[in-house]
Design a protein around this ligand. Structure first.
Ligand code: F6P
Length: 360
């Protein structure tokens, strides 16, 4: 069997703090093992359009460990199997081109760093004979098969800091402040940042809420003298019997955009409690900026493991965290699913025991 001589690396989907730390680890580990790394720009576009790739050496990745974003152009959500070309041509399948380019560039394997959507695309290419190792990335922490994804800790750290700041102003005005955080269809960010920030109510997609129950809890706080409250709402949370709050419905080539639930909860709680309320949406601030030390370390471990798997010719897998180890999981077992907060998660029970309401 021929040696691995040249591998490609790309980043896809939304960005997450730690992408550059993975790229750096892949490049340095591969370089030290005598393998050339080609950085593919703008996700799979780097394998669709010629000239959108470059060799990466340790010199090119020096100093990027602490940087947010990605040094590989953009992390667009484009899917080569349904690629938006132009308004006149519409959607086209560019997957054959990707496979051809992969071989033409003399690549032996590909490291694909991305969320569920990107990893599902990666699996399809792996099935077509492109040897792939995936690296799970998302601030949402919703990828199946891995305890942690890099980016999550940074998002939680930012949201916790924001909640700390909102606490002081909420208290000074005796207000209820509703903080909407990201997370898509999972409540990991809301739950972790809510508990770390000492929120009084945490609303997550896994537990449809009743605002009467939330209001009752907040009124109770008033009675014993805590005349302000912090409510953390996941963007994917919804009321019992109600619907998701959407900023934009799904359309050709685009996923639906969640958002707006914070403002709705804020308005309803003002009516139900008679208190002054304000809503804050943390939005993309949660995805920007430098990764935390935890995410830098996790991303580095993922990048190093990805190269190790390639050198061992173990393909069609995703690196995953299974503390204390970094392991490989078959892509086929992890894609197309969402890891939500399980009902028996200890942090849910701990929070409830502290008096936090989930509106259930
Ligand atoms: O998946 C990461 C994420 O930040 C979600 O939490 C959020 O719903 C979505 O991406 C936002 O997407 P966009 O950057 O396209 O607005």
């Amino acid at each position: 069997m021929a040696d691995i001589k040249r591998i490609g690396v790309l980043t896809g989907g939304g960005d997450a703090p730690g992408l550059n730390a993975v790229i750096r680890a892949v490049v340095k580990t591969a370089y030290n093992a005598g393998v050339e790394v080609i950085g593919l720009e703008d996700s799979f576009d780097g394998l669709i359009e010629p000239g959108r790739s470059r060799t990466l050496t340790p010199r090119d990745v020096t100093g990027i460990l602490r940087l947010g974003g990605t040094v590989l152009g953009t992390t667009n959500r484009g899917n080569p199997f349904a690629y938006p070309v132009s308004t006149s041509e519409g959607i086209r399948d560019y997957s054959e081109r990707v496979v051809e380019m992969f071989h033409k560039m003399g690549l032996d394997a590909l490291v694909v760093i991305g969320g569920d959507g990107t990893l599902a695309i990666a699996q399809q290419f792996n099935d077509r004979g492109v040897p792939i190792v995936g690296v799970p990335k998302t601030i949402d922490n919703d990828i199946v098969g891995t305890t942690n994804c890099f980016g999550f800790d940074s998002a939680v750290a930012f949201a916790t800091d924001a909640i700390d700041r909102l606490h002081t102003t909420a208290e000074a005005h005796r207000r209820i402040i509703v903080v909407e955080v990201m997370g898509r269809y999972a409540g990991w960010i809301a739950l972790h940042a809510g508990v770390a920030g000492g929120a009084d109510a945490i609303l997550i997609p896994e537990i449809p809420f009743d605002l009467e129950a939330v209001a009752a809890r907040l009124r109770d706080r008033d009675r014993w003298g805590a005349r302000f409250s912090i409510v953390v709402v996941a963007e994917g949370a919804f009321p019992k019997g109600g619907k998701l709050s959407l900023l934009q419905a799904a359309s050709d080539g685009h996923v639906e955009r969640l958002g707006g639930i914070g403002a709705r909860v804020c308005e309803a709680l003002a009516t139900l409690t008679g208190k002054e309320t304000r809503a804050v949406v943390l939005g993309h601030l949660q995805r920007g900026g430098a990764p935390t030390s935890f995410d830098r370390t996790l991303a580095t471990r993922f990048g190093g493991k990805a190269v190790e798997l390639i050198l061992n010719r173990q393909f069609g897998v995703m690196v995953a965290s299974a503390p204390p180890d970094i392991v490989a999981r078959p892509l086929s077992e992890v894609t197309g699913k969402t890891k939500t907060v399980p009902p028996d998660y200890d942090l849910l029970h701990t929070a409830k025991a502290l008096g936090v309401t989930f509106g259930d």
